[in-house]
Design a protein around this ligand. Sequence first.
Ligand SMILES: C[S@@+](CC[C@H](N)C(=O)[O-])C[C@H]1O[C@@H](n2cnc3c(N)ncnc32)[C@H](O)[C@@H]1O
Length: 237
Amino acid sequence: MEFDKSKWADTAFSRDYLDKAEIYIVERRMMFSLVNSFCRHFINGPLSLLDLGSGDGALTHELLKAGTAASAVLVDGSKDMLDKAEARLKDFDLPKQFINCSFEEMVRQQDFPSGFDMVVSALAIHHLITDDKAALYNKIYRLLNRGGYFVNVDVVIAPSDSIENWYMEIWKDWMRTKQAALGVDEPVEAIIHRYKDLAENKPDTLDCQLAMLKNAGFKEIDCYFKYGIFTIFGGKK
Ligand SMILES: C[S@@+](CC[C@H](N)C(=O)[O-])C[C@H]1O[C@@H](n2cnc3c(N)ncnc32)[C@H](O)[C@@H]1O
């Protein structure tokens, strides 16, 4: 599906996500803080960062706040999201670039910026079909410096329906608890149905994506965190 025809090109849809991300995404803060810890642990000194599907820059913001990155390139198909990211990061005095293009276009671009120590992505790559995920992982490998890492925070599909059903139950429990704490009332079943029914969501299994990373040439591949469908996984070039 072309990015322009996806829900993310619809400003009202992306705003609703930004408002409710803390409810919808299980352990979002913790996952971002784990990515920060990962970067600091594995890369010596401030690093050059590429954030794919940056949205309004929430993950890059986390890394810049902690002084983890020395430069940042943010990519997103949505101009509206990138404008928000630019506003959010304006006080960080370091080289920044905001690239408005889809992942599919990015994979085709021969002259896309390269030489990154760390490529991160959060909740974005599951919008690609399986073959496009594999092509993107290959591209990421080529854009990284030797010794650099790719870390992906994303949703995956369970290897069986029965496990997927349990994952949906623990996701609903998470959202109900968050909603109660934040005084929000939205039927969680509707959120689950929206996630499942939305044509833009094309999660693959974790195993399948770890195999894609291996095929791309990555080493030290692992799942670094998992809570139901929410995962952090990646590897080293
Ligand atoms: C769920 S949001 C996550 C945003 C941000 N990473 C975060 O965690 O807050 C998904 C983002 O991916 C972008 N996106 C979705 N499909 C894309 C594609 N095919 N190419 C480029 N960006 C895409 C959307 O515009 C949106 O900003």
